[in-house]
Design a protein around this ligand. Structure first.
Ligand code: SF4
Ligand code: MSK
Length: 635
């Protein structure tokens, strides 16, 4: 097999180490799966009941319906929206966990936590129409929690989700309501999908897809509340300098990687690591405890604390092959079960922490908000102990490490713009979009996928769009890729940005006192933080009195893979954005579903999917979508 699987040279260099040790990684397992099932790739395989599994012959020569009579269109649509429900459940579970941590704090059951950003709490309360005047912080928090809880429990289906209604432009909310796509309860939206996709319920592919649109709005809601409540509890990110890639592991420190999505645990691990420096030193680790991030937990702690990010989703096994990763602590989502087998060959401890996310072969240290400090201590002690058992023969240091700026929350972006216009911070951004200095905005998000070269599509698309003066935002594993590629630096702006984009980023950089341009790609956070990009777009749309589908804003998930990416991609389309997928979605078995997603949906939401696996061609299509939107606005 080819050793060059990634744009990231650290991965290409460490992969042969695994091969030499005969350890399988995601790339080997992908090869063992190839060729992948053609029925599955087209989405025409159904396993919803035990009459099946049924599959439809895509060439029309064999079965044209399952035992129950469901045809390819029904099967493809059902499979897709079940994926959207899975993604929605994941994000809303994350949001719920954060909400319950806030509730525990209010009730005095989570002594390790506090309200780190009081102003954010007040701003969120105001957004949710909660009166703050004369109330103390805990009372405001209690009311915010109650309103949020209602979005998970409301039974009156005539009332829409508060968080969605209060954070999206009014015109969009009306459009979603008119479509019957404004859910009343996040959990109900998920269970509705499960119910309507049971054998013998909804067989109309278009109706099923409308159900998917409705569920995706619940997904957006789970994400925005997760982001906002995390900011209240852990602080709203502000720009900071950090670093990226596997070289962030330190030979003389106890290295702990935090992997997954949920900052509730990782924030405490970071706090306690500082306290346990001496203990690590006693074990011989002169530089104490070094926390690094992987995937979206990595993005969370990078955004708020400047913790360096080691790598992203697809390469999460790779840091183990350095032989100096002492523990990997995982919470939830996008954690490969394979880590147990990989860490078994090294001294590295794999530690699971959530009762809904265990991995055979890992050590489980149960984590709860009320006893979080003890769990964090136990985890770090385990890592220190593992450090003592490093095998010098297995050490393969990586020198790949680059600087990366992170922390571009909505507030941070508005704050930077306010240095140009204190009265009307959005005006400079808007003016530069109108005069064409900034052609449009592209949010690069989503996962990695073995079907395309690791990290390559993100980097190619970013460079192509930057050249054409498109402002770039990034979240999730796209952020990890772009940080590792050195594109979150002022130097990258100087090297790759088109002249007018460079001038704008330089003007803002100077205005905030950096004396260098802002980075080429602004790191907005983890996958739930896609909601931050919506906040910027909503503010722009509200300012000029248009809906989101009028803005020259596009989305690209060029290496997508997870159900969460399906639900995010769908809400991007539901909110009106042209949304690129760089991996072919498993829907081609139905001409109706394919046509709705890539074309017909435009008529109802304004958004649509662009499917393009060639990153250069994708950049061109995204640019064309931006130009179309500009023409629509008459600019
Ligand atoms: Fe087959 Fe219909 Fe059962 Fe699906 S729901 S497995 S198509 S019988
Ligand atoms: S971790 S959902 S691989 S972005 Fe958020 Fe990365 Fe995709 Fe998971």
């Amino acid at each position: 097999m080819n050793n060059k699987v990634s744009f990231d040279e650290a991965v290409n260099e460490l992969l042969p180490v695994a091969r030499k040790e005969k350890i399988k990684t995601a790339w080997d397992r992908y090869e063992a799966q190839s060729p992948q099932c053609g029925f599955g790739l087209l989405g025409v395989c159904c396993r919803l009941c035990w009459l099946g599994p049924c599959r439809i012959d895509p060439f029309g020569e064999g079965a044209t319906a399952g035992v129950c009579g469901a045809d390819a269109h029904t099967i493809v649509a059902r499979n897709l929206i079940r994926g959207i429900a899975g993604g929605t459940a994941s994000h809303s579970d994350h949001g719920k966990h954060t909400l319950h941590t806030l509730i525990d704090l209010i009730e005095g059951k989570a002594p390790a936590y506090s309200i780190k950003d009081e102003q954010k709490l007040k701003n969120v309360a105001a957004k949710l129409n909660i009166e703050t005047e004369g109330k103390d912080l805990m009372q405001i928090a209690k009311e915010v929690a109650a309103v949020t809880l209602e979005d998970y429990s409301r039974q009156d289906s005539s009332v829409g989700l508060t968080w969605a209604k209060q954070t999206l432009p009014a015109k969009r909310v009306e459009k979603l309501k008119a479509l019957g796509a404004m859910p009343h309860n996040i959990d109900a939206a998920v269970s509705e999908i499960m119910a309507r996709t049971h054998i013998g319920v909804d067989a109309d592919p278009v109706n099923l897809l409308l159900g998917g649109i409705k569920c995706s709005v619940a997904d957006y809601t789970g994400m925005v509340l997760a982001t906002e409540l995390s900011d209240i509890l852990f602080g709203t990110p502000q720009p900071l300098l950090s670093s990226a890639n596997i070289g962030v592991l330190k030979e003389n420190a106890v290295n702990i990687a935090v992997n997954g999505h949920n900052p509730v645990l990782s924030e405490l691990v970071c706090d306690i690591a500082l306290e346990m420096k001496e203990e690590a030193a006693k074990a011989g680790a002169k530089e104490g405890v070094n926390i690094v991030g992987i995937c979206c937990t990595g993005n969370e702690v990078m955004m708020r604390r400047g913790i360096p990010i080691a790598t992203n989703f697809l390469s999460q096994e790779i840091p183990v092959f350095t032989g100096i990763l002492d523990a990997m602590v995982v919470d939830t989502q996008c954690i490969m079960p394979a880590l147990a087998k990989v860490t078994e060959c090294y001294h590295t401890e794999l530690i699971t922490t959530m009762d809904t996310a265990k991995i055979p072969g890992a050590t489980h240290i149960e984590f709860h908000a009320h006893s979080g400090i003890e769990s964090a201590r136990k985890i770090i002690k385990m890592a220190i102990e593992a450090y003592r058992h490093r095998d010098p023969k297995k050490v393969n240091l990586s020198s790949h490490k680059v600087a990366a700026f992170a922390g571009f929350s909505t507030e941070a972006i508005v704050g930077a713009l306010s240095k140009l216009d204190a009265q009307d911070p959005l005006k400079p951004l808007l003016d530069n979009i109108v005069n064409g200095n900034i052609q449009g905005v592209c949010l690069l998000g989503g996962c990695n996928n073995t079907k395309v070269m690791h990290d390559n599509s993100f980097v190619t698309i970013a460079k192509e769009l930057a050249k054409k003066n498109v402002l770039l935002l990034a979240t999730g594993c796209a952020s990890g890729a772009l940080a590792k590629a050195g594109l979150m630096t002022p130097e990258a702006t100087n090297e790759y940005a088109g002249d007018t984009l460079k001038a704008v980023l330089t003007a803002i950089g100077n205005a905030v006192g950096l004396q260098v341009p802002l980075p080429l790609v602004l790191h907005m956070g983890s996958c739930v933080d896609n909601s931050r990009a919506v906040a910027v777009a909503t503010a722009l749309a509200n300012k000029i009195g248009v809906d989101l589908d009028a803005l020259p804003v596009v989305i690209s998930a060029s290496e997508c893979m997870s159900e969460k990416a399906m639900s995010i991609g769908t809400w991007c389309v539901s909110l009106g954005f042209p949304t690129h997928l760089g991996v072919v979605p498993q829907v081609l078995g139905s001409s109706i579903v394919t046509e709705v997603l890539t074309d017909k949906v435009k008529d109802i939401t304004g958004g649509y999917f662009i499917v393009e696996t060639d990153p250069k061609a994708a950049a061109e299509k995204l640019l064309e979508a931006i130009k179309q939107r500009r023409r629509g606005l008459g600019i």
